[in-house]
Design a protein around this ligand. Sequence first.
Ligand SMILES: Nc1ncnc2c1ncn2[C@@H]1O[C@H](COP(=O)(O)OP(=O)(O)O)[C@@H](O)[C@H]1O
Ligand SMILES: [Mg+2]
Length: 153
Amino acid sequence: MTERTFIAIKPDAVQRGLIGKIISRIEEKGYKIIALKMLEVSEKQAAAHYAEHYGKPFYPNLVKFITSTPIVAMVIEGDNAILGMRQIMGKTNPANAEVGTIRGDFSPEMSFNVIHGSDGPESAEREIAIYFKPEEMCTGWKTAFEILKEKMN
Ligand SMILES: Nc1ncnc2c1ncn2[C@@H]1O[C@H](COP(=O)(O)OP(=O)(O)O)[C@@H](O)[C@H]1O
Ligand SMILES: [Mg+2]
């Protein structure tokens, strides 16, 4: 099933010059980037994004971190893209993330785990709406992978 998921390249990865490498992995997998922008996350956006973690010990630092330096926000579309992106990202704690995943390859630490990805259809819809307007979705084009699949139908 075609899904949309919200992905953010976090401030640590932006500062460390990893934007290109992370986007390459998403493109190489064959997913479609239908929206992309660099932005400074507002306090309001951070609170909405991480509402589920409000009150946890790491919450204040998480908000401080996500609002500290720009992020690169994306909407990614593809077959089972929500779980697929979580697999490409690797486990939340990079120390436990498999080698070959983005977190496993690019970070040793939980607080600097380089990428965010929605964890289910409801959070994807909610998170996309925090960062993007519907008119920001670029949907009127086809990737080479989509064209390839169409030819085989
Ligand atoms: N115990 C923790 N200590 C520090 N930071 C944490 C901790 N748990 C979660 N975080 C941070 O909060 C983010 C959101 O947590 P969570 O939703 O559980 O993980 P994920 O980003 O894999 O969906 C994590 O990506 C990480 O940056
Ligand atoms: Mg999460």
